[in-house]
Write a protein that binds this ligand. Structure first.
Ligand SMILES: *Cc1c(COP(=O)(O)O)cnc(C)c1O
Length: 356
């Protein structure tokens, strides 16, 4: 494997991070960057260097046709002082799946993993050690060729940046209100819904803004064809706990295959729950609620880990859960996953990669 060029800079500031860090607003001293030129036979010059503004042509294809993909994972300072990543090889795999779909050249997985590890190592001083805090890692690839032609770009940048983040729920693990939308759709089968493609998020903003106006913090998307089956929430997958079953929508092509989702399914199976991946209609959810057979609903994703749902609005119907207390299973999963991430619970699945 090619050696990285490392241009180390001094830490920007030694000041303590603020008590309430706003998600994704503070960045560390370094970035990882590597460039692709079709004419030069692939990805070149993996470099770790100073975090500063990019210089890119205003004609770069990413600005016009949205050829951009990203990933999101975290580095945790464990209770024993070691720095841990949670299933980072899965993020790299997913990055390459997204790349393929958007006609972006894939990156060498070993090199991408090494890039994440080396960058975190260089900026490890930035990982907060307080409980619930972590260093968010954002790898992304953008098309940089200056050209108005509608075709895949012939040059790209693969960049990784880091951002120290606080606990998702600074006031403690609180359930959130969610609104089901049938006015807009997020993604359709055979589209890019199962990729972390930048454009997916732009398309979903309007529904999120409208939900916020009504006091709901996120949107639950329905399938784009029939507007009948639940798909996922914002940047989270969704689980519905019925009386005798924990169900999550099957990955049909329009849902993002979450790494937290995959880990939750594994844990639930091993705990002996009846878990299924299948179509779940919004009607089924409402009927189960009315019969008293709906126990809890929660979202799963890297940022919040587990997000309990306090109420679910669908047109005129509002299903109420607790505003203050997360469901029993949501809490148990939260404790288990964060326990493994922070090294308080044994890593019995080999999910942890140590940075050092
Ligand atoms: C990132 C993301 C998720 C969650 O994936 P994780 O790998 O668990 O973080 C779910 N849905 C969407 C739309 C996402 O972008």
């Amino acid at each position: 494997m090619e050696d990285f060029l490392i241009e180390k800079v001094e830490r920007k500031s030694k000041v303590e991070l603020p008590e309430n860090i706003v998600f994704g607003k503070i960045f560390t001293d370094h970035i990882f960057e590597m460039e692709y030129e079709a004419s030069k036979d692939g990805w070149q010059k993996p470099t770790i260097k100073k975090f500063e503004n990019l210089s890119i042509s205003p004609a770069a294809m990413v600005f016009h046709y949205g050829q951009a993909i990203f990933e999101g994972l975290k580095a945790y300072k464990q209770v024993n002082g070691r720095i841990a990543l949670f299933r980072p090889e899965e993020n790299v795999k997913r990055l390459n799946r997204s790349a393929k779909r958007l006609c972006i050249p894939e990156v060498d997985s070993q090199l991408a993993l090494k890039a994440i590890i080396e960058l975190v190592k260089i900026d490890k001083e930035w990982i907060p050690s307080k409980p619930g805090y972590s260093l968010y890692i954002r790898p992304f690839i953008i098309a940089t060729e200056p050209c108005f032609g509608v075709r895949p770009s012939e040059s790209y940048k693969f960049i990784i940046i880091l951002s120290p983040v606080g606990p998702y729920y600074p006031e403690g693990f609180l359930p959130v209100p969610i609104m089901v939308t049938d006015k807009y759709v997020r993604a359709i089968r055979k589209g890019t819904g199962d990729c972390k493609a930048a454009g997916n998020y732009a398309a979903g903003l309007i529904a999120q803004v409208e939900a916020k106006k009504e006091g709901y913090s996120q949107v639950l998307w329905l399938d784009a064809v029939e507007q009948k089956y639940i798909e996922e929430v914002g940047a989270m997958n969704i689980f519905v706990r019925f009386k005798d079953e924990v169900a999550t929508p099957a990955l049909t092509g329009s849902i993002l295959p979450g790494i937290t989702r995959m880990s939750v399914i594994q844990l639930l199976k091993d705990w002996g729950y009846n878990v299924s991946e299948r179509p779940i209609s919004i009607q089924e959810v409402i009927e189960a609620y009315e019969k008293g057979e709906l126990i809890e609903i929660f979202g799963t994703g890297t940022a919040a880990v587990i997000s309990a749902i306090s109420k679910l609005k669908y047109n005129e119907k509002v299903l109420h859960f607790s505003d203050t207390t997360p469901g029993e299973l949501a809490l148990k999963l939260y404790d288990e996953l964060t326990g493994i991430q922070y090294g308080k619970i044994e890593d019995r699945y080999g999910w942890i990669t140590y940075v050092e």
